[in-house]
Design a protein around this ligand. Structure first.
Ligand code: DLL
Length: 433
């Protein structure tokens, strides 16, 4: 698979670290001069950006949290005057107060470079026809990939606000070779292709790039087999840029972080201690090129780990493992921490493919209760009670064995659980403590 930017993506670690240091020094100077939050913070700490001589000096600065960004809403974290901002994007806003992020011309150019790397690593070339099914608008997925795809020279079909049935017609008639979307969209696509009896042979798709939500290896296998294509994962977040922070290559063994733009760290989410290499914890990112909305040691809330071992693709960037979950999505049941992805794996193993599901948490007489609602296909639903009972029993047994908790399982008909991008899998009915 061609590497989009050989010079940077395969740079020696020594050169890369030197580049990072220089970009970090510039960024720290910029935020000190232009963002009052960092100006006051550095003064309080007695931290002088001019004295930064190694990447490790970064550790002297406390983390930036989402709360800080919320307090600064709308424009107080911007590091340039609004006349230099050429685009604004916002967090999707499904929960809490949205955040606005501003980009300068240079930021947009950098962002296009970053998503071009993601697309090229997923096999996209100028000969491809790429259907971008991420929402365009304040959400960063649509426009983020659009610019990267144009930079590569692929033919873009900006397809977001069209009903999925019509997207299938477009995909087939326009001979789209690449699909760029959220895993939720892909799951719905599979269902509708099946209902309409559209076969992969009628489509020209050979690659798909999924991001914006967590998904798992079983789903990759399922979609690769059913649609006869290759799928890669990519990760990003609005506050830090949008898509383009990290991406899988053809090896599909972790996501390369574009380290010439972002410095990653992994911390213990409770203590804030930096964790040893390879340990799972919260990802913290520092932007080192951004002009409009630079962030220093931003706590992403995403759980992952870093892999420093070189990848056989030739890229020298560190890799992060698939996002295991978000700290906000962690469910605490009778004092034990669990993540939806852990349930998802169990359900996938029992049902044979990743089902649509929902975790409903409640508390009765001071004891936490969990109901797992699982959508099953119409055939299974109409099948003998024996099959339904087996699924219920197996899920209860596996959850008890793997997560040490006894849930209640309810099997529901297809399409009875909301399936929407970024929809949380957890409904917590417990009153706040
Ligand atoms: O989801 C940006 C994006 C768009 C990334 C398209 C990839 C593709 P936000 O709406 O700000 O931005 O949501 C960011 O989504 O903190 C993660 O929790 C989650 N997320 C993003 N990519 C992945 C992924 C975009 N590949 C939040 N796997 C992040 C798991 C992901 N979770």
């Amino acid at each position: 698979m061609p590497i989009w930017n050989e010079k940077f993506e395969t740079m020696s670690r020594a050169e890369l670290e030197q580049e990072q240091l220089e970009r970090l020094q510039q960024t720290l100077g910029r935020v000190y001069r232009r963002v009052s939050y960092y100006h006051d913070l550095f003064n309080k700490l007695g931290f002088d950006p001019l004295e930064v001589t190694s990447r490790e000096d970064l550790r002297k600065i406390p983390f930036t949290t989402k709360e800080t960004l919320r307090i600064a809403y709308p424009y107080d974290m911007f590091a340039v005057p609004l006349r230099e901002v050429v685009r604004m994007q916002s967090t999707y806003g499904t929960t809490g107060q949205p955040l606005i992020v501003g980009y300068t011309h240079n930021d947009i150019d950098h962002w296009s470079e970053l998503t071009a790397r993601v697309l090229a690593a997923g096999g996209v070339t100028k000969d491809d026809i790429i259907q971008i099914s991420f929402p365009y608008g304040l959400f960063t997925g649509g426009l983020g990939f659009h610019y990267g795809a144009e930079l590569i020279g692929a033919s873009v079909i900006p397809c977001s606000d069209i009903a999925i049935e019509n997207q299938i017609t477009i995909m087939r008639d326009y001979r789209a070779t690449v699909l760029c979307c959220a895993p939720t969209f892909a799951a719905m696509l599979l269902e509708i292709l099946d209902e309409k009896s559209v076969t992969p042979a009628e489509l020209a798709l050979s690659k798909a790039l999924f991001g914006a939500e967590s998904w798992n290896e079983s789903f990759r296998t399922e979609i690769e087999e059913q649609l006869d294509l290759s799928v890669t994962d990519n990760y990003g977040l609005t506050e830090v840029m949008g898509p383009g922070v990290s991406y899988e290559c053809e090896e599909k063994k972790g996501l390369h972080v574009s380290e010439d733009y972002f410095i990653p760290e992994i911390i213990d989410p409770d203590s804030g201690e930096i964790l040893p290499e390879g340990e799972k914890g919260e990802l913290v990112l520092t932007t080192i090129t951004k002009e409009g909305y630079p962030l220093i040691r931003y706590r992403t809330g995403d759980i992952t780990s870093l892999i420093t071992e070189p990848c056989s693709c030739g890229r020298s960037f560190i890799r992060m493992t698939r996002v295991f979950g978000r700290i906000d999505d962690m469910i605490i049941l009778n004092g034990q921490n669990m993540f939806p992805t852990q349930f998802e794996q169990i359900l996938t193993d029992v049902v044979g493919k990743t089902p649509n599901y929902q975790l409903v948490v409640d508390r009765k007489e001071n004891i936490d209760q969990l109901e797992i609602q699982i959508e099953v296909s119409q055939d299974i639903f109409d099948d003998e009670v024996k099959t339904l009972n087996r699924i219920e029993r197996d899920v209860v047994r596996e959850v008890k064995e793997k997560l040490d908790f006894i849930p209640r399982v309810t099997l529901v008909e297809p399409r009875s659980i909301v399936r929407r991008m970024k929809q949380s899998r957890v409904i917590d009915l417990r009153k706040p403590e």
